[in-house]
Design a protein around this ligand. Structure first.
Ligand SMILES: *[C@@H]1O[C@H](CO)[C@@H](O)[C@H](O)[C@H]1NC(C)=O
Ligand SMILES: *[C@@H]1O[C@H](CO)[C@@H](O)[C@H](O)[C@H]1NC(C)=O
Ligand SMILES: *[C@@H]1O[C@H](CO)[C@@H](O)[C@H](O)[C@H]1NC(C)=O
Ligand SMILES: *[C@@H]1O[C@H](CO)[C@@H](O)[C@H](O)[C@H]1NC(C)=O
Length: 550
Protein backbone atom coordinates (compact mmCIF):
# COMPACT_ATOMS: atom_id res chain seq x y z
CA UNK A 1 0.00 0.00 0.00
CA UNK A 2 1.32 3.43 -0.86
CA UNK A 3 2.11 5.60 2.10
CA UNK A 4 -0.49 8.30 2.31
CA UNK A 5 0.10 11.79 3.39
CA UNK A 6 -1.59 12.79 6.58
CA UNK A 7 -2.45 16.38 7.06
CA UNK A 8 -4.00 17.77 10.19
CA UNK A 9 -6.25 20.66 9.55
CA UNK A 10 -7.17 22.63 12.60
CA UNK A 11 -10.00 24.92 11.84
CA UNK A 12 -10.07 26.61 15.17
CA UNK A 13 -9.99 29.99 13.54
CA UNK A 14 -13.42 29.51 12.09
CA UNK A 15 -15.81 32.14 13.44
CA UNK A 16 -18.14 29.47 14.77
CA UNK A 17 -15.68 28.57 17.52
CA UNK A 18 -14.41 32.04 18.21
CA UNK A 19 -15.84 31.51 21.65
CA UNK A 20 -15.13 27.95 22.72
CA UNK A 21 -18.02 28.04 25.20
CA UNK A 22 -20.67 28.68 22.58
CA UNK A 23 -22.77 25.58 22.05
CA UNK A 24 -22.47 24.00 18.65
CA UNK A 25 -25.59 22.59 17.02
CA UNK A 26 -25.80 20.04 14.27
CA UNK A 27 -29.25 21.18 13.19
CA UNK A 28 -29.27 24.84 14.16
CA UNK A 29 -32.62 25.52 12.53
CA UNK A 30 -34.54 22.60 13.94
CA UNK A 31 -33.05 21.33 17.16
CA UNK A 32 -31.44 24.12 19.12
CA UNK A 33 -32.44 23.54 22.70
CA UNK A 34 -29.18 24.26 24.55
CA UNK A 35 -29.98 21.72 27.27
CA UNK A 36 -30.85 18.98 24.84
CA UNK A 37 -29.14 19.60 21.54
CA UNK A 38 -25.77 21.26 22.15
CA UNK A 39 -22.88 19.22 20.81
CA UNK A 40 -20.84 17.29 23.37
CA UNK A 41 -17.14 16.86 22.79
CA UNK A 42 -15.52 13.79 24.25
CA UNK A 43 -14.39 10.26 23.57
CA UNK A 44 -16.02 6.88 24.10
CA UNK A 45 -14.88 4.43 26.77
CA UNK A 46 -11.80 2.42 25.95
CA UNK A 47 -12.63 -0.73 23.99
CA UNK A 48 -15.81 0.74 22.53
CA UNK A 49 -16.84 -1.26 19.47
CA UNK A 50 -17.28 0.52 16.12
CA UNK A 51 -18.92 -1.60 13.48
CA UNK A 52 -20.89 -1.46 10.26
CA UNK A 53 -23.54 -3.87 9.07
CA UNK A 54 -25.23 -5.68 6.20
CA UNK A 55 -27.52 -8.70 5.86
CA UNK A 56 -27.47 -11.75 3.64
CA UNK A 57 -30.52 -11.20 1.44
CA UNK A 58 -29.73 -7.52 1.02
CA UNK A 59 -26.20 -8.01 -0.33
CA UNK A 60 -25.36 -11.58 -1.32
CA UNK A 61 -27.22 -12.38 -4.52
CA UNK A 62 -26.23 -15.88 -5.63
CA UNK A 63 -29.87 -16.72 -4.99
CA UNK A 64 -29.65 -20.13 -6.69
CA UNK A 65 -25.89 -20.68 -6.52
CA UNK A 66 -24.18 -23.89 -5.44
CA UNK A 67 -27.06 -25.71 -3.83
CA UNK A 68 -28.71 -22.82 -1.99
CA UNK A 69 -32.42 -23.30 -1.31
CA UNK A 70 -34.95 -20.55 -1.97
CA UNK A 71 -36.11 -18.39 0.87
CA UNK A 72 -39.23 -16.30 1.43
CA UNK A 73 -37.54 -13.13 0.17
CA UNK A 74 -36.48 -14.87 -3.07
CA UNK A 75 -40.10 -15.78 -3.61
CA UNK A 76 -41.57 -12.50 -2.46
CA UNK A 77 -39.23 -10.26 -4.44
CA UNK A 78 -39.60 -12.33 -7.59
CA UNK A 79 -43.36 -11.89 -7.44
CA UNK A 80 -44.09 -8.76 -9.51
CA UNK A 81 -45.82 -5.97 -7.66
CA UNK A 82 -44.27 -6.59 -4.23
CA UNK A 83 -41.13 -4.47 -4.57
CA UNK A 84 -40.51 -0.98 -5.97
CA UNK A 85 -39.53 -1.28 -9.64
CA UNK A 86 -39.97 -5.04 -9.28
CA UNK A 87 -36.40 -5.07 -7.98
CA UNK A 88 -35.05 -8.33 -6.54
CA UNK A 89 -32.09 -9.47 -4.48
CA UNK A 90 -31.17 -12.10 -7.07
CA UNK A 91 -27.79 -10.44 -7.57
CA UNK A 92 -27.91 -7.49 -5.14
CA UNK A 93 -24.31 -6.44 -4.33
CA UNK A 94 -23.12 -9.85 -5.54
CA UNK A 95 -21.34 -10.36 -2.23
CA UNK A 96 -21.60 -14.09 -2.82
CA UNK A 97 -18.85 -13.59 -5.38
CA UNK A 98 -17.39 -10.33 -4.16
CA UNK A 99 -16.97 -10.91 -0.44
CA UNK A 100 -13.25 -10.14 -0.71
CA UNK A 101 -14.20 -6.65 -1.89
CA UNK A 102 -16.38 -6.27 1.18
CA UNK A 103 -13.50 -7.23 3.45
CA UNK A 104 -11.26 -4.79 1.60
CA UNK A 105 -13.56 -1.79 2.00
CA UNK A 106 -14.01 -2.50 5.71
CA UNK A 107 -10.24 -2.75 6.11
CA UNK A 108 -9.73 0.50 4.24
CA UNK A 109 -11.81 2.31 6.83
CA UNK A 110 -9.94 0.51 9.59
CA UNK A 111 -13.20 -0.69 11.13
CA UNK A 112 -12.43 -3.61 13.40
CA UNK A 113 -15.89 -5.18 13.51
CA UNK A 114 -18.36 -6.25 10.82
CA UNK A 115 -21.93 -7.33 11.37
CA UNK A 116 -23.39 -9.60 8.67
CA UNK A 117 -26.00 -12.35 8.59
CA UNK A 118 -26.06 -15.97 7.51
CA UNK A 119 -28.52 -17.13 4.88
CA UNK A 120 -30.32 -20.06 6.48
CA UNK A 121 -31.28 -21.62 3.14
CA UNK A 122 -27.73 -21.30 1.81
CA UNK A 123 -26.57 -23.47 4.71
CA UNK A 124 -29.66 -25.68 5.06
CA UNK A 125 -31.47 -25.59 1.69
CA UNK A 126 -34.75 -27.05 2.99
CA UNK A 127 -34.42 -25.39 6.38
CA UNK A 128 -33.77 -28.58 8.32
CA UNK A 129 -30.44 -29.80 9.63
CA UNK A 130 -31.00 -33.07 7.74
CA UNK A 131 -29.38 -31.55 4.65
CA UNK A 132 -26.31 -29.37 5.04
CA UNK A 133 -25.03 -27.56 1.96
CA UNK A 134 -21.23 -27.67 2.21
CA UNK A 135 -20.84 -24.87 -0.37
CA UNK A 136 -22.80 -22.59 1.95
CA UNK A 137 -20.60 -23.50 4.90
CA UNK A 138 -17.53 -22.90 2.73
CA UNK A 139 -18.75 -19.46 1.68
CA UNK A 140 -19.10 -18.28 5.26
CA UNK A 141 -15.85 -19.95 6.33
CA UNK A 142 -14.06 -17.98 3.64
CA UNK A 143 -15.71 -14.74 4.68
CA UNK A 144 -15.02 -15.27 8.38
CA UNK A 145 -11.40 -16.28 7.74
CA UNK A 146 -10.94 -13.32 5.38
CA UNK A 147 -12.24 -10.91 8.01
CA UNK A 148 -10.09 -12.36 10.78
CA UNK A 149 -7.00 -12.30 8.58
CA UNK A 150 -7.50 -8.55 8.29
CA UNK A 151 -8.11 -8.08 11.99
CA UNK A 152 -11.87 -7.64 11.64
CA UNK A 153 -14.08 -9.30 14.27
CA UNK A 154 -17.27 -10.87 12.91
CA UNK A 155 -20.60 -10.09 14.60
CA UNK A 156 -22.95 -12.66 13.12
CA UNK A 157 -26.74 -12.58 12.85
CA UNK A 158 -28.38 -15.98 12.48
CA UNK A 159 -31.65 -14.71 11.09
CA UNK A 160 -32.18 -11.52 9.16
CA UNK A 161 -35.58 -12.36 7.64
CA UNK A 162 -34.70 -14.85 4.87
CA UNK A 163 -36.64 -17.93 6.02
CA UNK A 164 -36.16 -21.09 3.94
CA UNK A 165 -39.20 -21.27 1.66
CA UNK A 166 -39.81 -24.92 2.50
CA UNK A 167 -40.47 -24.07 6.13
CA UNK A 168 -43.06 -21.49 5.07
CA UNK A 169 -44.67 -23.94 2.65
CA UNK A 170 -44.52 -26.98 4.92
CA UNK A 171 -46.00 -25.51 8.05
CA UNK A 172 -46.50 -21.75 7.82
CA UNK A 173 -43.05 -20.65 8.94
CA UNK A 174 -43.08 -18.56 12.13
CA UNK A 175 -46.80 -19.28 12.63
CA UNK A 176 -46.07 -22.86 13.62
CA UNK A 177 -44.20 -23.83 16.75
CA UNK A 178 -42.30 -26.52 14.85
CA UNK A 179 -40.07 -23.60 13.84
CA UNK A 180 -38.64 -23.48 17.37
CA UNK A 181 -36.97 -26.85 16.90
CA UNK A 182 -35.80 -26.10 13.35
CA UNK A 183 -34.36 -22.71 14.31
CA UNK A 184 -32.55 -24.27 17.26
CA UNK A 185 -30.99 -26.93 15.06
CA UNK A 186 -29.99 -24.33 12.49
CA UNK A 187 -28.33 -22.34 15.26
CA UNK A 188 -26.54 -25.49 16.39
CA UNK A 189 -25.16 -26.09 12.88
CA UNK A 190 -23.87 -22.51 12.85
CA UNK A 191 -22.24 -22.73 16.30
CA UNK A 192 -20.66 -26.06 15.33
CA UNK A 193 -19.24 -24.78 12.07
CA UNK A 194 -18.32 -21.17 12.89
CA UNK A 195 -18.30 -20.86 16.68
CA UNK A 196 -14.58 -21.59 16.97
CA UNK A 197 -14.03 -18.18 15.34
CA UNK A 198 -17.30 -16.29 15.83
CA UNK A 199 -17.68 -15.03 19.41
CA UNK A 200 -20.47 -12.51 18.96
CA UNK A 201 -23.85 -13.83 17.86
CA UNK A 202 -27.23 -12.24 17.27
CA UNK A 203 -30.11 -14.69 17.07
CA UNK A 204 -32.93 -12.71 15.49
CA UNK A 205 -32.78 -9.36 13.82
CA UNK A 206 -35.84 -7.20 14.59
CA UNK A 207 -38.50 -9.79 15.44
CA UNK A 208 -41.04 -6.93 15.50
CA UNK A 209 -40.60 -6.49 11.75
CA UNK A 210 -40.86 -10.22 11.11
CA UNK A 211 -44.08 -10.53 13.11
CA UNK A 212 -45.84 -7.33 12.16
CA UNK A 213 -44.64 -6.65 8.60
CA UNK A 214 -44.22 -10.30 7.57
CA UNK A 215 -47.34 -11.81 9.16
CA UNK A 216 -49.47 -8.74 9.89
CA UNK A 217 -50.00 -7.51 6.32
CA UNK A 218 -47.11 -5.06 6.40
CA UNK A 219 -45.84 -5.71 2.89
CA UNK A 220 -42.79 -7.84 3.76
CA UNK A 221 -42.17 -11.53 3.04
CA UNK A 222 -43.89 -13.90 3.36
CA UNK A 223 -46.76 -11.42 2.89
CA UNK A 224 -49.20 -13.13 5.24
CA UNK A 225 -52.14 -10.95 6.31
CA UNK A 226 -53.01 -11.93 9.86
CA UNK A 227 -52.77 -8.62 11.70
CA UNK A 228 -53.52 -8.87 15.40
CA UNK A 229 -53.73 -12.66 15.30
CA UNK A 230 -50.96 -14.28 13.25
CA UNK A 231 -48.56 -11.48 14.10
CA UNK A 232 -48.95 -12.32 17.81
CA UNK A 233 -48.50 -16.03 17.11
CA UNK A 234 -45.40 -15.38 15.01
CA UNK A 235 -43.95 -13.17 17.77
CA UNK A 236 -44.65 -15.90 20.32
CA UNK A 237 -42.74 -18.45 18.28
CA UNK A 238 -39.95 -15.96 17.56
CA UNK A 239 -39.42 -15.35 21.28
CA UNK A 240 -39.34 -19.07 22.03
CA UNK A 241 -37.04 -19.74 19.06
CA UNK A 242 -34.63 -17.09 20.22
CA UNK A 243 -34.61 -18.57 23.72
CA UNK A 244 -33.98 -22.01 22.25
CA UNK A 245 -30.97 -20.81 20.25
CA UNK A 246 -29.57 -19.05 23.33
CA UNK A 247 -30.00 -22.14 25.52
CA UNK A 248 -28.38 -24.42 22.96
CA UNK A 249 -25.35 -22.16 23.03
CA UNK A 250 -25.44 -21.90 26.79
CA UNK A 251 -25.74 -25.65 27.32
CA UNK A 252 -23.51 -27.04 24.59
CA UNK A 253 -21.10 -24.39 23.33
CA UNK A 254 -20.45 -21.63 25.84
CA UNK A 255 -17.96 -23.62 27.89
CA UNK A 256 -15.76 -24.40 24.90
CA UNK A 257 -16.39 -21.41 22.63
CA UNK A 258 -16.73 -18.65 25.24
CA UNK A 259 -18.76 -16.31 23.05
CA UNK A 260 -21.83 -14.15 23.65
CA UNK A 261 -25.32 -14.53 22.22
CA UNK A 262 -28.01 -11.85 22.17
CA UNK A 263 -31.10 -10.69 20.36
CA UNK A 264 -31.44 -7.42 18.50
CA UNK A 265 -34.70 -5.47 18.81
CA UNK A 266 -35.83 -2.42 16.88
CA UNK A 267 -37.80 0.54 18.08
CA UNK A 268 -38.51 4.16 17.39
CA UNK A 269 -38.45 6.45 20.38
CA UNK A 270 -42.01 7.40 21.32
CA UNK A 271 -41.94 10.97 22.55
CA UNK A 272 -44.99 12.09 24.56
CA UNK A 273 -46.44 14.92 22.50
CA UNK A 274 -47.36 16.98 25.52
CA UNK A 275 -45.29 16.12 28.54
CA UNK A 276 -47.61 17.99 30.85
CA UNK A 277 -50.47 15.64 29.99
CA UNK A 278 -50.56 12.40 31.95
CA UNK A 279 -52.52 10.85 29.09
CA UNK A 280 -49.75 11.56 26.56
CA UNK A 281 -47.09 10.23 28.92
CA UNK A 282 -49.13 7.06 29.29
CA UNK A 283 -49.73 6.79 25.55
CA UNK A 284 -46.01 7.04 24.80
CA UNK A 285 -45.19 4.45 27.46
CA UNK A 286 -47.90 2.15 26.09
CA UNK A 287 -46.53 2.46 22.55
CA UNK A 288 -43.00 1.75 23.77
CA UNK A 289 -44.23 -1.38 25.56
CA UNK A 290 -46.15 -2.61 22.51
CA UNK A 291 -43.04 -2.17 20.34
CA UNK A 292 -39.87 -2.81 22.33
CA UNK A 293 -41.64 -4.39 25.32
CA UNK A 294 -43.37 -7.02 23.16
CA UNK A 295 -40.00 -8.80 22.93
CA UNK A 296 -37.90 -6.99 25.52
CA UNK A 297 -40.19 -7.59 28.49
CA UNK A 298 -40.26 -11.40 28.25
CA UNK A 299 -36.51 -11.66 27.72
CA UNK A 300 -35.25 -8.96 30.08
CA UNK A 301 -37.94 -8.40 32.75
CA UNK A 302 -40.01 -11.39 33.80
CA UNK A 303 -40.49 -13.95 31.04
CA UNK A 304 -43.86 -12.54 30.05
CA UNK A 305 -45.48 -9.85 27.90
CA UNK A 306 -45.87 -6.34 29.30
CA UNK A 307 -48.96 -6.05 31.51
CA UNK A 308 -50.45 -3.35 29.32
CA UNK A 309 -50.36 -5.70 26.30
CA UNK A 310 -51.95 -8.49 28.29
CA UNK A 311 -54.75 -6.24 29.55
CA UNK A 312 -55.57 -4.42 26.35
CA UNK A 313 -55.41 -7.39 23.99
CA UNK A 314 -57.35 -9.63 26.39
CA UNK A 315 -60.05 -6.98 26.71
CA UNK A 316 -60.21 -6.19 23.02
CA UNK A 317 -60.34 -9.88 22.10
CA UNK A 318 -63.26 -10.39 24.44
CA UNK A 319 -65.19 -7.46 23.02
CA UNK A 320 -64.60 -8.86 19.54
CA UNK A 321 -66.11 -12.18 20.59
CA UNK A 322 -62.99 -14.31 20.69
CA UNK A 323 -63.25 -17.19 23.10
CA UNK A 324 -59.63 -16.61 24.15
CA UNK A 325 -57.15 -13.78 23.96
CA UNK A 326 -55.46 -13.18 20.61
CA UNK A 327 -52.24 -12.75 22.61
CA UNK A 328 -50.92 -16.23 23.39
CA UNK A 329 -49.69 -17.13 26.87
CA UNK A 330 -46.43 -18.62 28.08
CA UNK A 331 -46.39 -21.48 30.58
CA UNK A 332 -44.48 -21.01 33.84
CA UNK A 333 -41.69 -23.20 32.46
CA UNK A 334 -41.51 -21.21 29.25
CA UNK A 335 -41.27 -17.96 31.20
CA UNK A 336 -38.35 -19.32 33.14
CA UNK A 337 -36.72 -20.50 29.91
CA UNK A 338 -37.15 -17.12 28.19
CA UNK A 339 -36.15 -14.81 31.04
CA UNK A 340 -32.49 -13.87 30.86
CA UNK A 341 -31.89 -15.51 27.50
CA UNK A 342 -29.72 -12.74 26.08
CA UNK A 343 -26.16 -11.85 27.03
CA UNK A 344 -26.68 -8.21 26.03
CA UNK A 345 -29.36 -5.94 24.61
CA UNK A 346 -29.04 -5.42 20.84
CA UNK A 347 -30.76 -2.27 19.59
CA UNK A 348 -31.59 -1.14 16.09
CA UNK A 349 -32.80 2.44 16.10
CA UNK A 350 -33.47 4.99 13.38
CA UNK A 351 -36.12 7.55 14.24
CA UNK A 352 -38.60 9.11 16.64
CA UNK A 353 -42.27 10.09 16.63
CA UNK A 354 -44.77 11.86 18.83
CA UNK A 355 -47.29 9.79 20.77
CA UNK A 356 -50.56 10.99 22.23
CA UNK A 357 -53.83 9.55 23.44
CA UNK A 358 -56.59 9.40 20.85
CA UNK A 359 -59.91 10.97 21.83
CA UNK A 360 -61.42 7.57 22.37
CA UNK A 361 -60.58 3.91 21.92
CA UNK A 362 -63.08 2.41 19.51
CA UNK A 363 -62.40 -1.30 19.30
CA UNK A 364 -62.36 -2.33 15.66
CA UNK A 365 -64.46 -5.19 14.29
CA UNK A 366 -61.40 -6.81 12.82
CA UNK A 367 -58.35 -7.58 14.94
CA UNK A 368 -55.51 -5.11 14.55
CA UNK A 369 -52.24 -4.64 16.41
CA UNK A 370 -52.44 -0.87 16.14
CA UNK A 371 -56.04 -0.81 17.28
CA UNK A 372 -55.04 -2.90 20.28
CA UNK A 373 -52.89 -0.21 21.83
CA UNK A 374 -54.73 2.94 20.86
CA UNK A 375 -52.00 5.54 20.42
CA UNK A 376 -51.83 8.35 17.90
CA UNK A 377 -48.27 8.33 16.57
CA UNK A 378 -46.82 10.69 13.98
CA UNK A 379 -43.62 12.34 12.84
CA UNK A 380 -43.24 16.09 12.81
CA UNK A 381 -43.00 17.32 9.20
CA UNK A 382 -40.49 19.93 10.39
CA UNK A 383 -37.96 17.29 11.36
CA UNK A 384 -35.20 16.66 8.79
CA UNK A 385 -36.24 14.09 6.16
CA UNK A 386 -34.36 11.24 4.57
CA UNK A 387 -34.86 9.11 1.47
CA UNK A 388 -37.44 7.03 3.37
CA UNK A 389 -40.88 8.32 4.40
CA UNK A 390 -40.63 6.73 7.81
CA UNK A 391 -37.18 8.06 8.66
CA UNK A 392 -36.88 11.52 10.18
CA UNK A 393 -33.61 12.56 11.73
CA UNK A 394 -34.30 13.21 15.42
CA UNK A 395 -30.96 12.74 17.17
CA UNK A 396 -32.13 13.33 20.77
CA UNK A 397 -34.55 10.39 20.43
CA UNK A 398 -31.80 7.78 20.61
CA UNK A 399 -30.56 9.18 23.92
CA UNK A 400 -34.04 9.03 25.44
CA UNK A 401 -34.57 5.50 24.17
CA UNK A 402 -31.22 4.34 25.55
CA UNK A 403 -32.10 5.77 28.95
CA UNK A 404 -35.53 4.10 28.81
CA UNK A 405 -33.85 0.75 28.09
CA UNK A 406 -31.43 1.26 30.97
CA UNK A 407 -34.26 1.96 33.41
CA UNK A 408 -36.71 -0.62 32.07
CA UNK A 409 -34.36 -3.56 31.61
CA UNK A 410 -32.01 -3.29 34.59
CA UNK A 411 -29.07 -1.47 33.05
CA UNK A 412 -28.03 -4.10 30.49
CA UNK A 413 -25.01 -3.85 28.24
CA UNK A 414 -26.40 -2.31 25.07
CA UNK A 415 -25.01 -2.98 21.62
CA UNK A 416 -26.34 -0.54 19.05
CA UNK A 417 -26.46 -2.97 16.15
CA UNK A 418 -27.98 -0.60 13.57
CA UNK A 419 -28.37 3.12 13.09
CA UNK A 420 -28.29 4.94 9.78
CA UNK A 421 -29.79 7.24 7.21
CA UNK A 422 -31.20 6.82 3.71
CA UNK A 423 -30.99 9.00 0.63
CA UNK A 424 -32.59 8.85 -2.75
CA UNK A 425 -29.65 10.60 -4.46
CA UNK A 426 -28.43 7.31 -5.63
CA UNK A 427 -25.28 8.32 -7.47
CA UNK A 428 -23.99 11.07 -5.21
CA UNK A 429 -20.80 10.35 -3.28
CA UNK A 430 -21.20 13.60 -1.42
CA UNK A 431 -23.70 12.80 1.34
CA UNK A 432 -23.68 15.60 3.93
CA UNK A 433 -27.11 14.69 5.31
CA UNK A 434 -25.86 11.22 6.23
CA UNK A 435 -22.80 12.77 7.85
CA UNK A 436 -25.04 15.11 9.86
CA UNK A 437 -27.12 12.15 10.92
CA UNK A 438 -24.16 10.04 12.03
CA UNK A 439 -22.48 12.95 13.74
CA UNK A 440 -25.53 13.92 15.75
CA UNK A 441 -26.78 10.41 16.57
CA UNK A 442 -23.34 9.18 17.62
CA UNK A 443 -22.98 12.28 19.75
CA UNK A 444 -26.29 11.50 21.46
CA UNK A 445 -24.99 8.00 22.20
CA UNK A 446 -21.94 9.64 23.77
CA UNK A 447 -24.26 11.80 25.91
CA UNK A 448 -26.19 8.69 26.98
CA UNK A 449 -22.92 7.15 28.18
CA UNK A 450 -21.35 10.25 29.71
CA UNK A 451 -24.36 12.07 31.11
CA UNK A 452 -26.93 9.31 31.78
CA UNK A 453 -24.59 6.45 32.66
CA UNK A 454 -26.05 4.11 30.02
CA UNK A 455 -23.89 1.05 29.45
CA UNK A 456 -23.48 1.22 25.67
CA UNK A 457 -20.72 -1.05 24.37
CA UNK A 458 -21.04 -0.81 20.61
CA UNK A 459 -22.22 1.36 17.75
CA UNK A 460 -22.97 -0.11 14.34
CA UNK A 461 -23.57 1.99 11.25
CA UNK A 462 -26.19 0.73 8.84
CA UNK A 463 -24.97 0.15 6.23
CA UNK A 464 -21.53 -0.66 4.94
CA UNK A 465 -22.85 -0.24 1.41
CA UNK A 466 -25.96 0.44 -0.64
CA UNK A 467 -28.10 -2.67 -0.87
CA UNK A 468 -31.54 -4.14 -1.46
CA UNK A 469 -33.78 -2.12 0.85
CA UNK A 470 -36.64 -4.67 1.12
CA UNK A 471 -39.94 -3.41 -0.32
CA UNK A 472 -38.20 -0.22 -1.47
CA UNK A 473 -35.79 -2.25 -3.62
CA UNK A 474 -32.85 -0.08 -4.71
CA UNK A 475 -34.76 3.20 -4.53
CA UNK A 476 -33.58 3.96 -1.00
CA UNK A 477 -29.88 3.87 -0.16
CA UNK A 478 -28.37 3.49 3.29
CA UNK A 479 -24.79 2.81 2.25
CA UNK A 480 -21.57 4.49 3.33
CA UNK A 481 -20.34 3.06 0.04
CA UNK A 482 -22.10 3.57 -3.23
CA UNK A 483 -22.81 0.42 -5.23
CA UNK A 484 -23.45 0.70 -8.95
CA UNK A 485 -26.26 -1.78 -9.59
CA UNK A 486 -26.18 -1.11 -13.35
CA UNK A 487 -22.62 -2.39 -13.58
CA UNK A 488 -22.16 -6.19 -13.65
CA UNK A 489 -19.11 -5.74 -11.42
CA UNK A 490 -21.14 -3.95 -8.76
CA UNK A 491 -18.26 -1.60 -7.90
CA UNK A 492 -18.22 -0.21 -4.35
CA UNK A 493 -17.13 3.42 -4.00
CA UNK A 494 -16.60 5.36 -0.81
CA UNK A 495 -19.08 8.10 -0.02
CA UNK A 496 -17.96 11.01 2.17
CA UNK A 497 -19.86 9.49 5.09
CA UNK A 498 -17.57 6.45 5.11
CA UNK A 499 -14.55 8.72 5.64
CA UNK A 500 -16.42 10.66 8.28
CA UNK A 501 -17.31 7.47 10.12
CA UNK A 502 -13.74 6.18 9.85
CA UNK A 503 -12.52 9.42 11.40
CA UNK A 504 -14.95 9.16 14.30
CA UNK A 505 -13.75 5.60 14.84
CA UNK A 506 -10.09 6.57 14.61
CA UNK A 507 -10.66 9.31 17.20
CA UNK A 508 -12.94 7.07 19.28
CA UNK A 509 -15.48 9.89 19.26
CA UNK A 510 -15.22 13.64 19.17
CA UNK A 511 -12.14 14.85 21.03
CA UNK A 512 -12.26 18.46 22.15
CA UNK A 513 -10.56 20.81 19.69
CA UNK A 514 -7.92 21.61 22.31
CA UNK A 515 -7.03 17.94 22.69
CA UNK A 516 -4.73 16.14 20.37
CA UNK A 517 -6.89 13.75 18.37
CA UNK A 518 -5.58 10.32 17.52
CA UNK A 519 -4.36 10.87 14.02
CA UNK A 520 -4.65 7.28 12.96
CA UNK A 521 -5.29 7.37 9.29
CA UNK A 522 -8.45 6.09 7.69
CA UNK A 523 -7.23 4.93 4.30
CA UNK A 524 -8.85 6.27 1.19
CA UNK A 525 -9.48 4.17 -1.88
CA UNK A 526 -7.07 5.16 -4.58
CA UNK A 527 -9.70 5.57 -7.25
CA UNK A 528 -12.41 8.11 -6.75
CA UNK A 529 -10.91 10.47 -4.21
CA UNK A 530 -7.50 12.07 -4.12
CA UNK A 531 -4.97 9.91 -2.34
CA UNK A 532 -4.85 12.36 0.47
CA UNK A 533 -6.34 11.85 3.86
CA UNK A 534 -7.26 14.71 6.02
CA UNK A 535 -8.14 14.18 9.63
CA UNK A 536 -10.13 17.10 10.83
CA UNK A 537 -11.21 18.17 14.21
CA UNK A 538 -14.83 17.41 14.62
CA UNK A 539 -17.43 18.67 14.16
CA UNK A 540 -15.88 20.40 11.22
CA UNK A 541 -14.82 17.26 9.45
CA UNK A 542 -17.85 17.67 7.33
CA UNK A 543 -16.56 20.92 6.00
CA UNK A 544 -13.05 19.50 5.59
CA UNK A 545 -14.29 16.59 3.55
CA UNK A 546 -16.12 18.81 1.15
CA UNK A 547 -13.38 21.32 0.83
CA UNK A 548 -10.29 19.18 0.63
CA UNK A 549 -11.04 15.62 -0.26
CA UNK A 550 -13.41 15.98 -3.14
C1 LIG B 1 -44.03 -4.97 -12.09
O1 LIG B 1 -44.56 -6.12 -12.69
C2 LIG B 1 -45.97 -6.06 -12.89
C3 LIG B 1 -46.44 -7.41 -13.42
O2 LIG B 1 -45.63 -7.87 -14.46
C4 LIG B 1 -46.28 -4.93 -13.86
O3 LIG B 1 -47.69 -4.83 -14.02
C5 LIG B 1 -45.73 -3.63 -13.30
O4 LIG B 1 -45.91 -2.60 -14.23
C6 LIG B 1 -44.26 -3.78 -12.98
N1 LIG B 1 -43.81 -2.58 -12.32
C7 LIG B 1 -42.73 -1.91 -12.72
C8 LIG B 1 -42.41 -0.67 -11.96
O5 LIG B 1 -42.05 -2.27 -13.64
C1 LIG C 1 -47.34 -27.36 12.53
O1 LIG C 1 -46.56 -28.17 11.71
C2 LIG C 1 -46.73 -29.55 11.93
C3 LIG C 1 -45.82 -30.32 11.03
O2 LIG C 1 -44.66 -29.70 10.75
C4 LIG C 1 -48.14 -29.95 11.67
O3 LIG C 1 -48.30 -31.31 11.98
C5 LIG C 1 -49.09 -29.12 12.51
O4 LIG C 1 -50.39 -29.36 12.17
C6 LIG C 1 -48.80 -27.65 12.32
N1 LIG C 1 -49.59 -26.88 13.25
C7 LIG C 1 -50.38 -25.89 12.88
C8 LIG C 1 -51.09 -25.18 13.98
O5 LIG C 1 -50.51 -25.56 11.72
C1 LIG D 1 -49.97 20.76 26.97
O1 LIG D 1 -50.90 20.55 27.99
C2 LIG D 1 -51.05 21.64 28.88
C3 LIG D 1 -51.96 21.20 30.03
O2 LIG D 1 -53.20 20.82 29.56
C4 LIG D 1 -51.62 22.82 28.10
O3 LIG D 1 -51.75 23.93 28.94
C5 LIG D 1 -50.68 23.13 26.93
O4 LIG D 1 -51.25 24.13 26.12
C6 LIG D 1 -50.42 21.90 26.10
N1 LIG D 1 -49.41 22.17 25.10
C7 LIG D 1 -49.57 21.90 23.83
C8 LIG D 1 -48.42 22.21 22.93
O5 LIG D 1 -50.60 21.41 23.37
C1 LIG E 1 -62.26 -21.04 20.29
O1 LIG E 1 -62.50 -20.72 18.96
C2 LIG E 1 -61.70 -21.41 18.02
C3 LIG E 1 -62.03 -20.87 16.65
O2 LIG E 1 -62.01 -19.50 16.63
C4 LIG E 1 -61.93 -22.90 18.14
O3 LIG E 1 -61.07 -23.58 17.26
C5 LIG E 1 -61.68 -23.34 19.56
O4 LIG E 1 -62.02 -24.69 19.70
C6 LIG E 1 -62.49 -22.50 20.54
N1 LIG E 1 -62.09 -22.87 21.89
C7 LIG E 1 -62.96 -23.02 22.86
C8 LIG E 1 -62.38 -23.36 24.20
O5 LIG E 1 -64.15 -22.91 22.68
Amino acid sequence: MLPKMLILVTLMLLPVVSNADDPYYVYPDVFNDPERDAFLFGTFPEGFIWSSATSSYQIEGGYDADGKGYNIWDTFANTPGNIANNDTGNIACDSYNKWEEDVRIIKELDLEYYRFSLSWSRILPDGTADNVNQAGIDYYNNLIDGLLADGITPMVTLYHWDLPQDLQDDYGGWLNETIIYDFGEYARVCYENFGDRVKLWLTLNEPWIIAQLGYGCGGFAPGVCADGTGSYVAAHNLIKSHAKAWHIYDDDFRATQAGRVGITLNSDWMEPYNRSLETDLNAAERAQQFHLGWFGHPIFVDGDYPEVMREMIDYSSEVQGYNESRLPTFTALEKEYILGSSDFFGLNHYTTGYASKPDEWVISDNPSYYNDYAVDFWKDPEWPSSGSDWLKSVPWGIRRLLEWIKDEYGDPEIYVTENGFSTKDIDDLNDPDRIDYYQSYIDEVLKAIEMDGVNVKAYTAWSLMDNFEWAAGYTERFGMHHVDFDDDDRPRTQKDSSLFYATVKANNGFPKPTEEPITEEPAVAGSSHLGLTITCFLPFVNFCLRKFIL
